[in-house]
Design a protein around this ligand. Structure first.
Ligand code: ADP
Ligand code: 5GP
Length: 192
């Protein structure tokens, strides 16, 4: 029987590089997958339904909450986001590490509800650099950029609630640190 996989919570302010790092990790490891969240936000150009997110209506979201289908959920910058529970549980039982790329509110819920998880907070060298990355991505209107920067300042206050903090300055270095965390936690969970 396969050992259970890890439940990995990855948070960090919008624009810090979570998506970039996760896609590298997924490319470089066959044992790890990303949980596909549901959201009421509109897709960005290039985002694929069922891959980046499942894009659903507010009504569908409420139904999932009522049915207790979500492991955690939160509102972020005016939209709702949540993690479908069953898929996460099945992947972990099958031995796959599951990354939840979620905001701080959702992360705190998972920390409360699950007794075995690995939590990582991704940071940036400065707020100026965060703003540069957020604008450089070119996906947000000006008012949205401001809302995300305000949310970022609030989120940074929760960094101490996480087991690991990783600075995303040099991208390769940050990716390498996440690989090391996964290896360390795998051997902790399943000692040979
Ligand atoms: P998030 O998923 O946290 O919102 P993204 O992965 O979309 O962030 O990254 C935001 C922008 O920052 C993207 O344009 C990305 O290419 C860029 N970026 C990511 N990591 C770095 C890095 N280490 N140095 C410079 N730019 C980066
Ligand atoms: P974005 O709109 O930039 O894709 O995501 C905005 C924020 O929502 C990010 O901090 C992202 O990590 C978070 N997020 C994405 N999916 C989920 C989810 O399922 N639950 C929670 N709580 N946050 C999520």
């Amino acid at each position: 029987m396969a050992n259970d996989g890890l439940l990995i919570i990855l948070s960090g302010p919008s624009g810090c590089g979570k998506g970039t790092i996760v896609s590298r990790i997924l490319k470089e490891r066959e044992d790890t997958i990303l949980s596909v969240s549901v959201t009421t936000r509109a897709p960005r150009p290039g985002e694929i339904d069922g891959f980046h997110y499942r894009f659903i209506t507010a009504e569908e979201f409420d139904n999932m909450v009522q049915r207790n289908d979500l492991l955690e959920y939160a509102q972020y910058s005016g939209n709702c986001y949540g993690t479908p529970r069953t898929a996460v549980e099945e992947h972990i039982k099958a031995g796959r590490n599951v990354i939840l790329e979620i905001d701080v509110q959702g992360a705190l819920q998972v920390m409360q509800r699950c007794d075995d998880y690995v939590s990582v907070f991704l940071t940036v060298p400065s707020m100026e650099e965060l703003e540069k990355r957020l604008r450089g991505r070119g996906t947000e209107e000006e008012s949205r950029v401001q809302a995300r920067l305000t949310a970022a300042k609030e989120e940074l206050e929760y960094v101490d609630r996480y087991q690991y903090r990783v600075l995303n300055d040099d991208l390769d270095e940050a990716v390498e640190q996440i690989h090391r965390i996964i290896e360390t936690e795998k051997s902790r969970k399943n000692p040979q």
